[in-house]
Design a protein around this ligand. Structure first.
Ligand code: BGC
Length: 451
């Protein structure tokens, strides 16, 4: 695939005046492409090696000093020459620098500008440099993954990009708030395969960049507990076939897959944990002999349905009363109980755990509550220092500040969980910025952010 830089340089050489597209590169040491941006976007400095066209409505008024963690550790910053392909064995996070998703950095910068308390604003500004996952919740976002991979590659050194694969047909089958763009009734399976093929092409083009994918939040977990919901039972065979397809297509050595495994308060219950392990193994087998994944992602999603989000469970700690009498009431207990069941079924027992909004425990009325829960705080920061060899890394999958779902009862994506008394209201549509909720998360961060 022609990189954006090469394509732009060619156009320039041909005398064609080019502008970088929104989210394209527009500057940085060694950059010879366009330095102006498409209409509606502005060239914003990210680091010495990379400036990017960001939507003008969101562009910061001042330049951040170090808004990304993509500084090269070695090698030429302008070279995109692949280094030796990394092996899929081992913890992918060790020794690698996690790329900051520009889309999220922008959201946080815009949020900080709107915070009146200088202490809170200073705390919130620190969130810019905490890596979160990039959610490919519509197929149109796949090219942006390519842009990010190009940026990580151009930064040089050992770079790791984190993204979520989230576009199954009839998505979010047991809830409403994150219904997706594809439906089984309307060619959704074929469209999903194309979406996966496009993702595979992007990661193949940048073999020197490691990519961690969380695969389909809630998808398989819904098949463990929610087959009584017609939309889930009708989607069952498609979910299984399509997640197997995704695994089979994403077997590049630079790619590390973690299938979503819900969370302790969902699949951690004794009745659910064994069928869950068997289903993960079945899906992996369906990807064909030799296909592998790195493991599972836990810590999010919600019981009885719905979607995606990071949940609010502690990695380890005192029992949240909402979890009683579940013996696996925190993420570590769930992981420790699940690991031997996975091993018995020939599924690799390695995990990442989402803790982006797990700073405060005991805030849910029921363990199944998941929507913009009141009183939540940012949780432990991403780290490979997990205190458990089964856990590769604490991660932030749900970008804190993005809503879980709207509280507007007349929206087609309204889910009753977002109208409950422990859900913050009024709340915007899933995935869109929720400023007051972000401020609360910052104020309640545990460990706290320094002001
Ligand atoms: C939404 C997605 C969004 C993701 C991360 C989900 O609830 O459905 O659109 O990208 O959260 O915020």
């Amino acid at each position: 695939m022609l990189s954006l830089a090469i394509a732009t340089a060619l156009l320039t050489a041909l005398g064609v005046s080019a502008q970088s597209p929104i989210y394209g590169q527009c500057g940085g040491q060694g950059w010879s492409g366009a330095t102006t941006c498409a209409s509606g976007s502005t060239c914003v400095y990210s680091n010495p090696y990379y400036s990017q066209c960001l939507p003008s409505s969101n562009a910061p008024t001042s330049q951040p000093t170090n808004p990304t963690s993509t500084k090269p550790t070695s090698g030429s910053p302008t070279s995109a020459t692949p280094t030796a392909a990394p092996t899929a064995a081992g913890n992918p996070y060790v020794g690698y620098n996690t790329f900051l998703i520009p889309e999220y950095v922008q959201e946080v910068q815009a949020a900080v500008a709107n915070i009146t308390s200088s202490t809170t604003a200073a705390q919130a500004a620190q969130v810019e440099s905490i890596p979160v996952f990039f959610w490919m919740d519509v197929a149109a976002k796949v090219p942006t993954l390519g842009t990010y991979l190009a940026a990580a590659s151009a930064a040089g050194g050992k770079q790791l990009v984190q993204a979520v694969i989230y576009d199954l047909p009839d998505r979010d089958c047991a809830a409403e708030s994150s219904a997706g763009e594809f439906s089984l009734a309307n060619n959704g399976s074929a469209l999903y395969m194309q979406y996966i093929d496009n993702i595979a092409a992007q990661v193949e083009a940048y073999p020197n960049v490691r990519v961690v994918f969380v695969v389909e939040p809630d998808g398989l977990a819904n098949l463990v507990t929610n087959l009584s919901v017609q939309k889930c039972s009708e989607a069952q065979s498609a979910y299984i076939t399509l997640v197997s397809y995704a695994i089979s297509k994403l077997q590049q050595p630079n790619v590390f897959l973690y299938l979503d495994a819900g969370h302790s308060g969902w699949l951690g219950w004794p009745a659910n944990i064994t069928p869950a392990a068997q289903l993960f193994a079945q899906v992996l087998q369906g990807a064909g002999s030799g296909a592998t994944v790195r493991g599972l992602a836990t810590g999010w999603s919600n019981f009885f349905s719905k979607l995606d989000v990071s949940n609010y469970n502690l990695l380890r700690g005192a029992e949240d009363p909402a979890q009683a009498p579940n013996p696996n009431y925190d993420e570590e207990l769930y992981i420790n109980a699940l690991a031997p069941l996975l091993t018995q079924n020939n599924f690799p027992a390695h995990f990442i755990v989402d803790q982006s909004r797990s700073g405060v425990s005991g805030i849910r009325t029921a363990e199944g509550d998941w929507c913009n829960v009141k009183g939540a705080g940012l949780g432990p920061r991403p780290s490979t220092n997990t205190g458990n060899t089964l856990i590769d890394s604490i991660v932030w999958v749900k970008p804190p500040g993005e809503s879980d779902g709207t509280s507007n009862t007349s929206s087609p994506r309204y889910d009753t969980h977002c109208g409950q008394s422990d859900a913050t209201q009024p709340a915007p549509e899933a995935g869109t910025w929720f400023q007051s909720y972000f401020v609360t998360l910052v104020e309640n961060a545990n460990p706290p952010l320094s002001g």
